[in-house]
Design a protein around this ligand. Structure first.
Ligand SMILES: [Zn+2]
Length: 143
């Protein structure tokens, strides 16, 4: 187990470092908390691997799942509209394609249209080449 060796080595180095240059109590507490967190991380990665991977898989799935799917009364017809932004939001399962955050239909006017493939890279000026991004993703988009 290389992780345990690294942790023991870090603690030994920390002990001698503290003897040579005494540290304030705050730094000692940070060091102890960091070592404990690393020990817990090692335990989970070595003995509870299936739990860790299942948790990661659940987080990934919940980010990709369409919103409101689990609410039985919710009907997508209620959000149907001729507005191009509402159409795009429905096509994207009411999520921003970059950050997967939910798109709020109330403030849909603040969301920005963007090309999936920019025109200068051969994208078409068509609704199939458009996506609806949240304002922060639109501001920091990269082509
Ligand atoms: Zn976003």
């Amino acid at each position: 187990m290389n992780g345990i060796t690294l942790l023991i080595l870090t603690i030994v180095i920390g002990y001698f470092y503290n003897n040579r240059w005494p540290q304030p109590m705050k730094h000692k507490i940070y060091f102890g908390v960091g070592c404990t967190a690393f020990l817990i991380f090692l335990y989970f990665m070595n003995y509870q691997t299936s739990f860790v991977y299942k948790m990661g898989k659940n987080i990934k799935e919940i980010n990709e799942k369409p919103l409101y799917q689990s609410i039985p009364d919710f009907n997508f017809d209620t959000v149907k509209s001729d507005n191009i932004k509402v159409k795009l939001a429905n096509r994207q399962n009411l999520r921003c394609p970059s950050c997967h955050n939910p798109i709020g239909l109330r403030d849909i006017d603040s969301y920005k249209l963007s090309y999936i493939t920019p025109l200068q890279y051969g994208g078409q000026n068509d609704i199939s080449n458009l996506k609806l991004m949240c304002p922060s993703c639109f501001q920091f988009r990269n082509f």
